[in-house]
Design a protein. Sequence first.
Length: 280
Amino acid sequence: LFQVVHAHKPHFMALHCQEFGGKNYEASMSHVDKFVKELLSSDAMKDYNRARVYLDENYKSQEHFTALGSFYFLHESLKNIYQFDFKAKKYKKVTGKEIYSDTLESTPMLEKEKFPQDYFPECKWSRKGFIRTRWCITDCAFDLVNIHLFHDASNLIAWETSPSVYSGIRHKALGYVLDRIIDQRFEKVSYFVFGDFNFRLDAKAVVETLCAKATMQTIRAADTNEVVKLIFRESDNDRKVMLQLEKKLFDYFNQDVFRDNNGTAVSSLLSTFKGISWKL
């Protein structure tokens, strides 16, 4: 981050973080405050005399917790910077450095929402959602949206359909955010949405492309008969295992196909498969 600041010398910088505090947030959230204080007081950031930091740290509130962190730094050379108060519906001049955490729901300088639980019923403790702030710099108003969309919870489910059920969930959640930021409650302004979109390749197309000539073996749990593993073997060559697929495992025998020449080999296959075009 400091190298980027030194190289580009931005006048306004927005840093959007997701999964703040890490996966094991109950144990590691205590390190967040130290990180933020060191960031704000560092020599690299000394020319940024105004800052706003919004941290959703209240993991005990599972109804609202998103683990999002939004940082905004304003260079001392910038004049007349204002931030929008969503409750008062007016702009306020930005001065000094302020940090907000815990219950962001009561902070009028942002909008924060966790996606409705029925969007992703499989994931009971999902932390996906968004934070929105609005700024005005030299009479130019714009929204900045920190977003975290849903991941693929299971490779076994993701490969069943094309597009996958998870792709549909991400599409629905993104539409939810866009509807919120362009609705009639506030004046419409330009907006930038950036964060973790959790983009995934089409798992079904990937598997069918990589294992086009393979035979599939299904492994089921003895007690529930649930599919727990898929094994794809070459039809000849002593039935060599090509791919093992589990809920959290995608083990393809030739990893070089994803790495060599930026994945050109597999990219050329997928670009003509079901109209998919992608790049590693």
